[in-house]
Design a protein around this ligand. Structure first.
Ligand code: PEP
Ligand code: MG
Length: 886
């Protein structure tokens, strides 16, 4: 029984049961059958074995497992004798099954059909284009000559041989592909041509090109194992949070040739449209070509629909296989196929990458077709895909008056505006300097991945809908237009007819239509499809956390409700003071020397706040509206620059000197730990009085208008750290509110923000005085770490480099520190008062990773910006579904 290498040449040869017999592996994997096989064989190997077992036409072959890859690394990058002998045994088996032979340089039997193989990587989680593939392995001058004798097709043999030398040289020895300038078929005989190519190899490596097929295979397997650690694969794993330790499997398969002439070809297709989700095969193919030609975008392929016209039998067979695969895997498939002399072979299948629109449509359709459950549909959508719907497309009205300068293929939807750059490192550099860029390339390759990630959008001159640029951009949710053949890329510029666009010029690209525009275009939000609403309905059914919005105006509330908010968890009232007609009034209030002057300014502010609150209550109706009293240090409202100070002194009729004195009096060394939050009301109770008066008056007025529903304002006190603070401020709130309410009917609630470690420690006491708690995790993180939330990013990158922290604690909640405080605070609070409502309103409330944690803590709600609402809801539903599975 083999340990490292398994054949999938015959139906039923590689199954869960056959693997289970190998006791060595039993304890290494969890007991979900597919996971055992996928971890061991990699995704590609798993599907090849599976498709063989389904009786589909798969070229015979074998998989060298991820275990072998791990063994290779353990043995200082050498293939153990055990692995070598298992490879040999499987090649012999393959020779037998295929009736072909590995031909050594000196083998002379005339009528042997040479065995050529493809050698492909395949990790457990698919990493498209990140690792390496070598095709046509097994060729040397001897086997090539035999192939010519048998096929009588010199052109085909040289094409195949040339590809092999190039691929082998570049992948195994890093010889640049560009060194191999194309030699036309009839210039020389192929032995001369192969000598020219092999000389290039020798020049770069100082060794001769390996002629023995076994030696070629061993080198190729090692190179593919090594490619697990190439920079682009590492970057991809980091970006997709894939662990480093899995390793890749290697699949060795008998070659089938798409480059044998006009009855041959190769293609890539999806079982449904990966852009729109439409249930119709979508893909491309090339006649007389090998696989990489389609993906690399070297030739622009034909749409798959044409295959139906040109080879109807093959197409019908392919369609049938497509349906079988979808039924087997319950998902849209991304497939590679080759036609060799009118015979169809499947080379690969996997779950297809898709745009956000397609992901939603396909998930909803699969539920409708009874292929998956609603929970499965929810688990299939990534929160970022939902986020896509919250992003922009170009403003339609603006577009109507604009003429595109060119048009390419609409490969990945969305709208992007940015300065043109022509390579990935420029893209990274410019973005680091604060620019937005569009990466323009002839075609992209895996080396460009970091540049693609940082760019707003990607535009290529060549390549089709399944080219590298298209597939990768779609997976990233990045706007992308490909195959824009009209553009002519020159040195640091490109031309479209007579228009010249230079590096640094701004262009706008539309990934939904393929249009390219010169200059910047206003963007507006993407349309939400009917499927999106159906899907979000299911999300609502399966989530437990309530999702509120952080909203500071009636306009924000309207948007938040449209996006599914279940209330407002945080209205930051200071934002209402920054508006143009109010800022000077609050400044007047701040610089006033007497209580009377301060009160006059507050009376003016009261009118504005009341009007705002009326509009907000009218919008939110009977859903919760949590209004936080003023929070920031007062000096934030005062001007910093001399020019602005001079202007303000004129406007407010105060001498510049007096104004400067006031500003310096308010100056604090550590304002975020200073005179802010509830501390302001200890010094200036009249500010809290004004705000409460505005809230209660507005609520009463709206209650009068909306008679049938009950308005219950929720007033929240920021930055509490002491029970006496809350008692002091509650007194102000209650006294002010009671005078206004008098004998009318209005309930209100008072809540506490938990933003200080001290507040957590005394949470039971604070609960006695509170109707609700809201964890302000921005400040709680700041105050727990002692990191300034405004400056920490400057040095946190050094922490990531040194593996001290994995991620920014202001982005993903620090579970073991701040998270423990939230857990303790909520426990103490609920123990004291079981009716206490507890939520989070810091930025973490919109972060899927943090939401998972909040769901586990059994909090009542999260609150986030309006455009994060659907994302937060999906994350909450996924967390809850996952939790109920355990
Ligand atoms: C918080 O600190 O988490 C919070 C929501 O308040 P702000 O961000 O306004 O300080
Ligand atoms: Mg705060």
């Amino acid at each position: 029984m083999n340990k490292f290498v398994f054949s999938f040449s015959e139906s039923g040869s590689l199954t869960v049961d056959s693997i289970k017999k190998i006791t060595d592996f039993e304890n290494l994997y969890d007991n979900k059958n597919n996971n055992i096989l996928k971890s061991l064989l990699g995704g590609k190997g798993f599907y090849l074995a599976n498709m063989t077992n389904m009786g589909l036409p798969i070229p015979a072959g074998f998989t060298i497992t991820t275990q072998a890859c791990q063994d290779y690394y353990k043995n200082n990058k050498t293939l153990s004798s055990e692995i070598l002998s298992e490879i040999k045994e499987n090649i012999i088996k393959l020779e037998h099954v295929s009736n072909k032979k590995f031909v050594s340089p000196d083998q002379d039997s005339k009528d042997i059909m040479p065995l050529l193989v493809s050698v492909r990587s395949g990790a457990k989680i698919s990493m498209p284009g990140m690792m390496d593939t070598i095709l046509n392995l097994g060729l040397n001058d001897n086997s090539a000559q035999k192939l010519v004798n048998i096929t009588k097709n010199k052109e085909f043999v040289w094409d195949t041989y040339a590809r092999f030398i190039q691929m082998f040289s570049s992948i195994v020895k890093n010889v640049p592909k560009s060194e191999f300038i194309k030699i036309e078929s009839n210039d020389y005989d192929f032995l001369t041509k192969s000598k020219i190519y092999k000389k290039i190899y020798e020049k770069f490596t100082n060794t001769s090109f390996p002629e023995n097929p076994y030696e070629q295979l061993h080198e190729a397997v090692k190179a593919i194992f090594d490619s697990w650690h190439n920079p682009r694969a590492k970057f991809y794993r980091k970006m997709n949070k894939i662990t480093e330790d899995g390793g890749t499997a290697v699949n060795v398969q008998m070659m089938v040739f798409g480059n044998m002439g006009d009855d041959s070809g190769t293609g890539v297709a999806f079982s449904r449209n990966p852009i729109t989700g439409e249930k119709k095969i979508f893909g491309e193919y090339l006649i007389n070509a090998q696989g990489e030609d389609v993906v690399a975008g070297i030739r622009t392929p034909e749409p798959i629909g044409k295959l139906q016209l040109k080879m109807p039998d093959i197409y019908a067979k392919f369609e049938d296989i497509t349906q079988k695969l979808e039924s087997e895997y319950h998902d849209m498939q991304d497939m590679e196929f080759t036609i060799e002399n009118k015979k169809l072979f499947m080379l690969q299948t996997r779950s297809g990458k898709r745009s956000a629109q397609a992901a939603i449509k396909i998930a909803v359709d699969l539920v409708r077709e009874n292929k998956i459950t609603k929970q499965e549909a929810i688990m299939r959508i990534k929160p970022e895909q939902i986020d896509f719907f919250m992003h922009s497309g170009f403003d339609q009205e603006t577009l109507e008056n604009l003429k595109p300068i060119s048009k390419g293929l609409a490969a990945s939807p969305g709208a992007a505006v940015g300065r043109v750059v022509f390579n990935a490192s420029e893209a990274k550099q410019w973005v680091a300097n604060g620019e937005k860029v569009i990466l323009v390339r002839q075609e992209t390759s895996p080396e460009d991945i970091e540049g693609m990630q940082t760019a707003e959008g990607i535009l290529t001159a060549r390549g089709g809908m399944t080219s590298h640029a298209a597939v990768v951009a779609r997976g990233m949710g990045r706007c992308c237009v490909v195959g824009c053949e009209q553009i002519n890329i020159a040195n640091d510029c490109f031309y479209v007819d007579n228009t010249k666009i230079s590096k640094g010029d701004v262009i706008s690209i539309d990934g939904s239509t393929g249009n390219i525009y010169s200059g910047s275009i206003k963007t507006s939000y993407n349309k939400i499809s009917p499927e999106f609403n159906i899907f979000m309905g299911w999300v609502d059914m399966y989530k437990k956390l309530t999702v509120y919005a952080n909203a500071d105006s009636s306009i924000d509330i309207k948007k938040a409700l449209e996006l599914g908010a279940e209330g407002v968890g945080l209205c930051r009232t200071e934002h209402m003071f920054f508006k143009k007609n109010r800022i000077n009034i609050i400044r007047k209030m701040i610089i006033s020397d007497t209580k009377k002057d301060r009160q006059d300014a507050l009376d003016e502010l009261f009118m504005f706040q009341k009007e705002d609150f009326i509009k907000m209550f009218l919008e939110i109706k009977n859903l919760p509206l949590v209004i936080r009293l003023l929070d920031p240090p007062l000096h934030e409202f005062l001007p910093e620059s001399n020019e602005l100070q001079a202007e303000i002194s004129r406007d407010l009729h105060i001498s510049l000197r007096d104004l400067k004195t006031k500003i310096s009096q308010l100056h604090e060394v550590n304002p975020m730990m200073g005179h802010r939050g509830c501390r302001l009301f200890i010094s200036y109770p009249e500010i809290a009085e004004m705000q409460v008066k505005a809230i209660i008056t507005a609520a009463l007025e709206v209650q009068n208008i909306l008679k049938n529903i009950e308005i219950i304002p929720e007033i929240m006190i920021p930055l509490v750290g002491n029970i006496k603070e809350i008692k002091f401020i509650k007194n102000i709130i209650n006294n002010t509110a009671n005078i206004i309410i008098n004998n009318k009917k209005l309930k209100y609630k008072i809540g506490t923000m938990i933003e200080l470690p001290r507040a957590v420690i005394i949470a039971d006491k604070l609960a006695e005085e509170s109707d609700f708690f809201s964890f302000g995790t921005n400040d709680l993180t700041q105050m727990t770490f002692g990191f300034s939330r405004d400056d920490a990013s400057k040095f946190l990158k050094n922490y990531y480099e040194n593996n001290i922290y994995d991620s920014d604690p202001f982005e993903h909640i620090d579970e073991s520190g701040v998270g423990e405080l939230i857990s303790l605070g909520s426990k103490l609070g609920k123990q004291q008062k079981s009716s206490l409502k507890i939520g989070v309103c810091g930025e973490h409330g919109g972060d899927p990773i943090s939401i998972k944690f909040f769901d586990k803590l059994n909090l009542d709600y999260i609150s986030c910006s309006p455009f994060r609402i659907p994302v937060a809801k999906l994350a909450a539903a996924q967390a809850n579904i996952n939790r109920s599975k355990v």
